[in-house]
Design a protein around this ligand. Structure first.
Ligand SMILES: CC(=O)N[C@H]1[C@@H](OP(=O)(O)OP(=O)(O)OC[C@H]2O[C@@H](n3ccc(=O)[nH]c3=O)[C@H](O)[C@@H]2O)O[C@H](CO)[C@@H](O)[C@@H]1O
Length: 368
């Protein structure tokens, strides 16, 4: 009996790196692969949705983005320690393929794979190559992109796979859209995997400015950061608005399918989910995201006239209320937006990524 091929995935930091890894794991297991995930403490918060068969390996976090000077000075040593321990593990595991999803937690596994010449690739979720992926783009066998085209360093050929979405999102692919009308309507408000303060500051006020006939029919699902949740819930309740406020919804796919409108940051997986399920959206890209990548991520939906983009600098209670009201009072236009979103959706992204992994394995002489 031949040994199962082994995929090692390296992802962590934010949900944005973890959800595409989860989607890939789901399908690689179904293809008979063993799957290991190397992640940090922040990534570990998102492993509950991963299939049980995925073997989890927690590595110590290392990032220059947070912490004091002392912590930052330690980062190179932590990374070096991580690379050495990844190399030791890789010498015995001999992974068939290693895939990095970007961010600092992908450095140890990708570096070890590079040193040991194991087949390796990266997946970039955003329309701008992240810092870690920039370093590895020339040191891997293949580069997959979630947004197309994403500018690459000279000499790097990339492949357009799209951004993988989880199985629970695929189950709602093309779920019928109920246009806005004189009946209960839902608005879903999401700020990426960690919530966004600006949405808690502006959305509730904008909702109260909606015309009375919309207001009496509206139900809000609002993801707010832990520290903002109480005031947001209290505001909605003081204004008699039916709202469910939580730090994280585990059932986003069904809430999104039920929504007449999604108000969201433009993180890669949020955009991918909105596109595959197909819902009208108002997008507020995170202004300080590296290389303004959230604006690049939003481009596809905006070009398909499926989304309205409001830059943070233009976001006011009034501008948001106007845009919400315009979408919820024009049912035909809302239906066209939902259909436009679907044209951008990439339900086969995970399959394309799986094919890349298996081609890499075959090229390296492993008959997966
Ligand atoms: C602030 C920041 O730097 N964000 C980055 C982070 O995204 P971030 O981690 O914020 O998240 P994404 O938007 O990529 O993905 C969020 C995922 O969480 C889901 N969700 C959200 C809220 C909730 O309550 N429940 C739930 O399940 C969404 O449906 C989506 O699938 O990594 C992404 C991929 O590199 C980048 O594009 C983002 O710019």
């Amino acid at each position: 009996m031949s040994k199962k091929p082994l995929l090692v995935m390296a992802a962590g930091g934010t949900g944005g790196h973890m959800f595409p890894a989860q989607a890939l794991a789901e399908q690689m297991l179904a293809r008979g692969w063993r799957v290991k995930l190397s992640t940090d403490a922040r990534g570990a918060r998102y492993i509950s949705g991963f299939p049980d068969a995925v073997e989890i390996e927690q590595i110590s976090s290392a990032t220059f983005a947070r912490g004091g000077i002392a912590a930052k000075l330690l980062v190179p040593f932590r990374i070096l320690g991580g690379i050495i321990s990844a190399k030791v593990k890789m010498l015995s595991d001999k992974p068939t393929v290693v895939v990095g999803f970007g961010g600092y937690p992908s450095i140890p596994a990708l570096s070890a794979a590079w040193i040991l010449r194991r087949p390796r690739m990266i997946h970039e979720q955003n329309g701008v190559l992240g810092r870690v992926n920039q370093v590895f783009a020339k040191r891997v066998d293949a580069v997959a992109c979630g947004i197309w085209p994403t500018p690459m360093p000279a000499g790097v050929q990339a492949f357009d796979t799209g951004n993988p979405v989880r199985a629970a999102v695929l189950e709602r692919e093309g779920a019928p859209y109920i246009p806005p009308g004189d009946y209960p309507m839902s608005i879903l408000v999401i700020g990426g995997s960690q919530g966004a303060r600006i949405l808690s500051d502006v959305v509730p006020g904008a909702i109260t400015k909606l015309p009375e006939d919309i207001l009496r029919n509206i139900r809000i699902s609002h993801q707010a950061r832990d520290e903002d949740g109480h005031r947001v819930a209290e505001f909605y309740s003081d204004h008699g608005i039916d709202a469910d406020v939580r730090a994280f919804f585990d059932d986003i796919p069904s809430r999104m399918a039920d929504a007449q409108l999604v108000i969201s940051r433009a993180g890669a997986s949020s955009i991918a989910d909105i596109s595959v399920i197909g819902r009208p959206s108002i997008l507020i890209p995170y202004a300080v995201a590296a290389g303004d990548h959230q604006t690049a991520n939003a481009r596809g939906l905006v070009d398909a006239q499926a989304a309205v983009l409001i830059p943070e600098s233009k976001l006011t209670i009034e501008s948001l209320a106007e845009n919400i009201s315009a979408i919820l009072t024009q049912d035909k236009a809302a239906v066209a937006m939902a259909a436009g979103a679907r044209t951008v959706g990439r339900p086969n992204a995970t399959g394309a990524l799986v094919d890349m992994v298996e081609q890499l394995a075959q090229k390296a002489g492993h008959n997966a």
